[in-house]
Design a protein around this ligand. Structure first.
Ligand SMILES: [Mn+2]
Length: 360
């Protein structure tokens, strides 16, 4: 595996490439062109300048998170082919720039949903949290207002004000889209882009829906082992793969994370590894990465990745806000650096144990 950190670019991120470079074992970053909007064709010069800036710091651009999908593609409106053509052009330019990993999601309207961005934990750190009763009691527009008020002045990816200004129209667009239609539209999209992915060896890595169930009555499909295997089989190409995000699949306690990882051997192209602490099945908060701070066995998750021969980029995911850092919620430096060091430690132990066992 290659340990990476997500980086939002020098214009948007409070964390610098120099800081990331100094985290032991981190060799690359996962980034994107944050100024772009879904549906737009990325400019080669912008891709190359992002890549050069990262490489000049001694890091590698390990992949893109995300190239977002225009709603026309998810809804399947008549103009979707134009947007898929644009997506293909972006993929070609990324491939020509030697980028081979693209993370994306297929969630209607909202990327991820949390009800609090700074819930205080017993140690005084603050974390993102989700409470289903709070979601059920709020209108989506009000949720956006309350989240942006506590985002420390940053723009939350997936919750951009331009996008949220059209939230009513977005909900109307998805009115007739159910899970089956969403699956069909995803299949259509993947079938069209796969020849380009084959040509440039681009691994597409779909991010699970977060949380892994329907919110605000919108359909959600990338939520469970059965659904993700259905998606792998419906377009059975190794470039059609997964971002295994423990914190997103893990929102549903029925998902057995190590078992899911093992069932996706060869199709996990990217991993997000973080821990959650459940107070009830519908109320959780984002804990430190350490197993004992949350509800997941992080050793078993890393062991499963090791067992399937995972070699792709991995990153710690949302971190707690600690040591008085002010940053985008979930994306400060300190706790993600601790997360990276901890995951590297688990990996080293697993690797050495395995080597000892195979030598004896
Ligand atoms: Mn994730």
């Amino acid at each position: 595996m290659q340990m990476t950190l997500r980086w939002y670019g020098s214009q948007y991120d409070t964390v610098t490439l120099k800081q990331i470079r100094q985290i032991p074992g981190v060799t690359g970053v996962i980034s994107t062109l944050y100024g772009t909007t879904p549906g737009e064709v990325w400019k080669t010069e912008d891709i190359l300048s992002l890549k050069q800036e990262i490489e000049a710091s001694g890091l590698k651009l390990a992949g893109i998170e995300s190239v977002n999908i225009h709603d026309a593609i998810k809804v399947g409106t008549p103009d979707r082919d134009q947007y898929i053509d644009n997506y293909i052009l972006t993929l070609e330019r990324l491939g020509q720039a030697d980028v081979h990993l693209v993370c994306y999601n297929f969630m209607p309207v909202f990327d991820w949903t949390r009800t609090e961005l700074a819930r205080v934990r017993p140690d005084g750190s603050t974390v993102l949290a989700y409470n289903q009763a709070a979601v059920d009691a709020i209108h989506p527009e009000d949720l956006f207002a309350s989240l942006s008020a506590s985002s420390n002045g940053t723009v939350l990816p997936g919750w951009e004000p331009e996008r949220m200004a059209h939230i009513k129209e977005l909900f109307e667009m998805y009115q007739d889209v159910d899970e089956e239609k969403l699956f069909a539209n995803l299949k259509y999209f993947l079938e069209r882009i796969m020849p380009t992915c084959d040509k440039y060896d681009i691994n597409m890595a779909i991010h699970p829906d977060d949380p892994a169930w329907s919110v605000f009555g919108l359909p959600r499909i990338i939520t469970s082992k059965a659904n993700i295997l259905r998606m792998m089989q419906m377009v059975d190409n190794p470039h059609n793969g997964v971002t295994f995000c423990s914190g997103s699949y893990g929102t549903n306690l029925e998902n057995d994370l190590p078992d899911m990882i093992r069932s996706l051997k060869g199709r996990i192209h990217f991993a997000h590894v973080r821990n959650l602490k459940f107070n009830s099945p519908t109320d959780f908060e984002e804990a430190a990465h350490l197993s004992s701070d949350g509800s997941f066995d992080m050793y078993e998750i890393m062991l499963a990745l090791y067992d399937i021969g995972f070699t792709g980029p991995i990153r710690p995911d949302h971190g707690r806000m600690i040591w008085d850092e002010v940053a985008m919620p979930g994306y400060g430096l300190y706790d993600r650096a601790l997360g990276a060091a901890y995951l590297n430690g688990l990996w080293e132990a697993i690797e050495k144990q395995h080597r000892k066992e195979s030598a004896s």
